[in-house]
Design a protein around this ligand. Structure first.
Ligand code: ATP
Ligand code: MG
Length: 413
């Protein structure tokens, strides 16, 4: 991609009403556009990051044999009535509306009930189990406070997965596999070291559910962390957990975190409420066990933007950066040479953002830093004479002279 063709421009300042660091940086660098509090458009650079995060999650969900699908955003009242969750007293974040014929419908804040309803058409016998489905969906939630930038949206992208099982044991085994899949996701996103599988409240069937909490000052949660034993507990269940685990409360360290994912064991509660059963081998009707597994795709992006940034701007990990290389030319010869390098790198499959604008090098460098592109390759008249280009690492700030003949190989390695 050529910077001259990007319709977005970097901004010196973020909008005055934007208080969250992640959104300030993402707006300034041209990743997102703020429509209103809690609603952001994803621009060309932003959508590339979103897609990369989704692809990592997709690969790991596929590895646990889940099937990708996409449910609808419009939902029927009667489905949610079955579990009593249409009521605003039970769920206070609904966006409700009506069809032309006055039928009450709503915009999806979750797909738990609709997916159970849908599965009635597909799951009948023990032979149909286990089964797992997932999607990437824009969830709509009328959140009270939306001051954390893309970390808390009124619309946001979630990966939600649901698994269906004949027995509690089968669900438990799958649940453990998903914990491992999630760990791989967070490792690949570059936040594995700072993301903790955390005991939380909310399991219908088990005493605890699990949250994936990533250490983040801008997060809205507090966890208690036992680094030595690698145990993390959400603040809301700490008393119960202390009893259960037999660990002294003051051995835990209190840290601020953002919940980037969570998993629940619903047991048979939801399928019983909604009437989803299967026929067992002996012909009897049995209750189905369900697990539910979420990852906040855009929240994870916000958390990474918060954590991996400095005074110059964003610092994306290579796996999810919109482009790997920011190519800059200095001087007349440099400009012609950069065209060739751009073609070569693109040919080699390297994702390059080529700053072909007629701007001062300082302006281009500042944009490369603000956008947080992992590598900057500078092709200058002086460098061409010396037979070398400069390769600068965004994270460390180190610059190396790389012989012209080795550039493509060095970058694509
Ligand atoms: P929270 O306690 O932060 O409101 P939640 O318990 O409502 O989260 P779920 O409904 O289980 O979360 O959603 C699954 C995941 O989606 C969460 O772990 C989080 O990463 C993400 N998520 C939830 N609400 C939002 C939001 N308003 N904006 C962005 N991401 C969100
Ligand atoms: Mg919530």
């Amino acid at each position: 991609m050529r910077v001259s063709k990007l319709f977005t421009k970097t901004l010196r300042d973020a909008p005055a009403d934007e208080v969250a660091k992640n959104a300030q940086l993402l707006i300034r660098a041209g990743y997102v556009y703020k429509e209103m509090a809690g609603a952001y458009a994803y621009l060309p650079l932003g959508i590339r990051v979103v897609e990369k995060i989704k692809q990592i999650v997709r690969e790991e969900m596929d590895r646990v044999d889940s099937n990708e699908l996409i449910m609808t955003s419009l939902q029927r009242k009667e489905i949610w009535d079955k579990t009593g969750r249409w009521s605003d007293d039970t769920v206070d974040i609904w966006f409700k509306t009506r069809l032309n014929d006055d039928t009450e419908v709503a915009l999806a804040w979750s797909h738990e009930e609709p997916i159970v309803e849908m599965m009635k058409q597909y799951v009948h016998s023990y032979k149909d189990l286990p089964s797992s489905v997932y999607q990437f969906q824009t969830k709509m939630r009328n959140e009270k406070r939306a001051k954390s930038g893309i970390m808390r949206g009124r619309e946001f992208i979630m990966k939600d997965m649901y698994s269906f099982h004949a027995t509690a044991e089968d669900l438990a085994a799958y649940y453990d596999n998903v914990i491992e899949a999630y760990k791989r996701v967070y490792d690949r996103l570059g936040i594995g070291d700072e993301t903790y599988v955390t005991f939380a409240s909310g399991g219908a069937f088990t005493k605890f559910s699990h949250e994936f909490q990533t250490i983040c000052d801008a997060g809205e949660d507090i966890i208690y962390l036992h680094r030595e034993k690698n145990i993390a507990v959400n603040e809301e269940v700490i008393d119960e957990a202390v009893k259960e685990l037999g660990i002294n409360r003051d051995e835990f360290e209190k840290v601020k975190t953002a919940e980037t994912g969570n998993i629940f064991n619903f047991g048979t509660q939801k399928t019983d409420e909604m009437g989803l059963y299967y026929t067992a081998e002996d012909g009897s009707q049995q209750s189905l066990y369900i697990g539910s597994y979420g990852i906040g795709i855009t929240r994870a992006m916000g958390v990474i933007a918060e954590k991996m940034s400095d005074e110059k701007g964003l610092v994306w990990p290579k796996n999810i950066a919109p482009y790997l290389v920011y190519l800059v030319s200095i001087g007349k010869k440099g400009a012609a040479e950069a065209e060739k390098v751009y073609a070569q790198l693109t040919e080699a499959g390297v994702e390059v953002l080529f700053d072909d604008r007629d701007e001062r090098p300082g302006t281009k460098f500042a944009d490369a830093e603000l956008m947080g592109i992992p590598l900057r390759l500078t092709v200058s008249d002086r460098g061409i004479e010396a037979g070398e280009y400069e390769l600068t690492d965004r994270a460390t700030g180190e610059t190396q002279a790389v012989p012209v003949s080795e550039v493509v190989q060095r970058i694509s390695a």
